[in-house]
Design a protein around this ligand. Sequence first.
Ligand code: FAD
Ligand code: DLZ
Length: 516
Amino acid sequence: MRTLRLVLGDQLTRELSALRGVQPDDLILMAEVNDEASYVPHHRKKITFLFSAMRHFAQSLREEGLSVRYVRLDDPGNSHSLEGEVARALGDEAGLQRIVHTEPGEYRLMEIMREWPDRFDVPVEMRADDRFICSHERFARWASGKQRLTMEYFYREMRRETGLLMDGDQPEGGQWNYDAENRKALPSDTRLPRRAWIEPDAITFNVMALVEERFPDGFGDIEPFGYAVTREGAMEQLDWFIENALPDFGDYQDALKDGEAFLYHSVLSLYLNCGLLDPLEVCRKAEGAWQDGKAPLNAVEGFIRQIIGWREYVRGIYWHFMPEYLERNALNAHRPLPAFYWTAETDMACIADVVNTTRKHAYAHHIQRLMVTGNFALLAGIDPKAVNEWYLAVYADAYEWVEAPNTHGMALYADGGVMATKPYAASGAYIDRMSDHCGKCRYEVKAKTGEKACPFNYLYWNFMMENEARLKGNRRLGPILSNLNRFSDARREEIRGDANRFFESIGIARTQRKAS
Ligand code: FAD
Ligand code: DLZ
């Protein structure tokens, strides 16, 4: 039966369920469309990366002798929606008798695709996305009847099921989790490994020109471009990481350093999320490095936990709780996103550094996302919808299934505690301990209030004051709220005054956090 097989931009693997059983006379459809390229104002490097990876993947399928209909963004006749392109392919190509595709990674597209059996005159088969270790059914089984969906327990089940770092039914080394060893600040004389970036080829240069022409005012630098856009390139990046950065990944996982975007992080999420790398193969390579004595257990366990633990868990949370999940706003946060999330024009050195990194690379590492821009948005009470849109737009690895639980749940606590047992709120002292930003900042991290004080300091207490009633039942915040309880009215007034003046100065005082 001649089949139309749709492959999305984040489904670039020959192992994709939609390609299983593909025949030479089938037609594989891939399409660059405005609906996908513009549903948030994507970073221009993200679009460049994905279009180039799509074009390379299409080329590899053709080299295999398969037939591919590849629609470019500037092709005349492009309908600019995935549904429109499926309809056009069915109209233009004779003899297509069914449609096969793999479920999408975002709820908004799932809603559209669920309607396809009624939209098209041929049968439509939507297959599960089995690039993940944990299926939707498996996650639902795990979650069923639990009061708290604790990542650590989910992770242990994934360890048992994959056999990764297992010695029989016990964890290698006797512990499941070595996080306590993984919280070191970076010594000032550290020589970071030099990344081996990949030179753009002709396909990537063409895409760069297209993106420049179509998105002239879009956010983010297109050049220099050094990301891999093929499976082979992504494998090289994986090998580089295992050899050069994995051994120190654990120790400095939480560190921040001014001007250094990557430290010992893998920079593999963009490849994992679009299909160029497979999560299990990545974990097995890391495990192999430990077995060969090339990387310590705290590093390898920490790295594997991010992938078979956090990555699988957030996907489970997303599909388990959508669509209601993103409607939640547990802390009733309504201030608009400050302009400096796009411009980097702020005197807060830590935020300027993360936004600059983001603009350059469409990348920031986890602690930058969580404890700098995420923490600021939490403390300042920024509307979760605006924050989610920003994170979904600016990172090359961002798709809603992974972005939303991390942002909405972990960083903003907007889900009311599904992901985190308490808000990840931190004052300037945390950033000072984990980074060298504060020494370069015009604000004083040791000052708690006043014009020179680090805004994270008074915003921290202002956040606790604004949410005192909402959070008072949270036992993990007990000591902090008891401390707040002892603040005099004058001290509270001073903090509130500093916070309001600061909100005024960055142009976000108009919409206040609404009373609970
Ligand atoms: P490493 O630090 O080297 O970690 C290894 C791998 O583990 C990553 O490649 C990634 O696949 C996985 N991983 C690590 N942490 C997480 C996590 N919390 N959730 C899911 N996977 C994880 N990750 C995305 O892939 N896409 C996003 O859109 C995204 N948005 C985020 C938004 C916020 C507010 C926060 C706090 C985190 C977000 N993350 C997101 C998770 C994490 O920050 C990135 O996966 C990580 O920074 C990617 O860089 P890396 O490949 O160097 O990761
Ligand atoms: C992110 C993205 C972009 C920028 N452009 C396209 C595109 O033109 N065509 C396409 O098939 N996919 C694109 N994507 C990825 C999709 O947005 C992604 O498949 C969905 O968000 C589901 O995860």
